[in-house]
Design a protein around this ligand. Structure first.
Ligand code: SF4
Ligand code: SF4
Ligand code: FES
Length: 237
């Protein structure tokens, strides 16, 4: 069956898309950068963080590009002062919600949240910091989780479930009480489902999930495995 081809415009540029592609996929194919945080190519998009909001002509609300399908004749704008302000506010709220103290973080300078802050021009936070007292679980022999750095993007949950097939991670609680948990909220080190593959550690955009034995600024995330594994899965008969 032949694929249905659509035409639309993004930032004034006429582009084509295969029916079913998202605005984000089409934008990236055409070299148009839209900031993202919860999205990661190879994992199911969930539209959780709202960093990728765009404007679509004729639609009053902003739409998340990672979960909105491209449509025939759509006119999409990805960079406006309103979008810039929304994105900056989202990053500020994430910084204020937990304890992102970059100078002492193992992921300093290798952190997607920090990169986003630079990108949206965030030089201070305009809301009060919450300073929650959250825990660190270092019971796993190789890895640790510091809940103070978590932005609840869910990448760990999805990679562990969709790629590794272990489903060790999940979410517990709602609103400001929400946390990622291993198994039924048991210490990571006592998990009977974790295979110690390390995939969750490397897709985590911040210094929440890290390898033990790293000093501040040493923890580099390696994402290269994900496109490779995804390709191999798609190639399976
Ligand atoms: S190390 Fe692998 S199996 Fe264990 S929680 Fe992380 S992704 Fe899941
Ligand atoms: S632990 Fe990392 S990957 Fe998992 S939800 Fe938190 S920030 Fe995202
Ligand atoms: S990247 Fe689209 S909502 Fe998070």
């Amino acid at each position: 069956m032949s694929e249905s081809i659509l035409t639309l415009s993004i930032d004034g540029k006429d582009v084509s898309a295969v029916a079913g592609q998202t605005i984000l996929e089409v934008a990236r194919e055409n070299g148009i950068a839209i900031p993202t945080l919860c999205y990661l190519q190879g994992l199911t998009p969930v539209g959780a963080c709202r960093m990728c909001l765009v404007e679509v002509k004729g639609v009053p609300k902003l739409l998340p590009a990672c979960v909105t399908r491209a449509a025939e004749g759509m006119e999409v704008t990805t960079q406006t002062p309103r979008l810039q302000e929304y994105r900056r506010t989202i990053v500020e709220l994430l910084f204020a919600e937990r304890n992102h103290v970059c100078a002492v973080c193992v992921s300093n300078n290798h952190c997607e949240l920090q990169d986003l802050a630079r990108r949206v021009g965030m030089n201070h936070v305009r809301v009060p910091y919450r300073y929650p007292r959250l825990g660190v679980d270092a019971t796993h022999p190789r890895f640790a989780v510091d809940h103070n750095r978590c932005v609840l993007c869910g990448r760990c949950v999805r990679v562990c479930d969709e790629i590794e097939g272990a489903h060790t991670w999940d979410f517990m609680g709602r609103g400001i009480e929400c946390r990622v948990i291993t198994d039924m909220n048991q210490p990571w080190g006592s998990s009977e489902t974790c295979t110690s593959c390390g995939k969750c550690v490397h897709v985590c955009p911040t210094g929440t999930l890290t390898e033990k034995g790293r000093a501040a600024a040493e923890m580099k995330k390696r994402l290269q495995f994900l496109p490779y594994l995804t390709l191999m899965r798609e190639a399976r008969p």
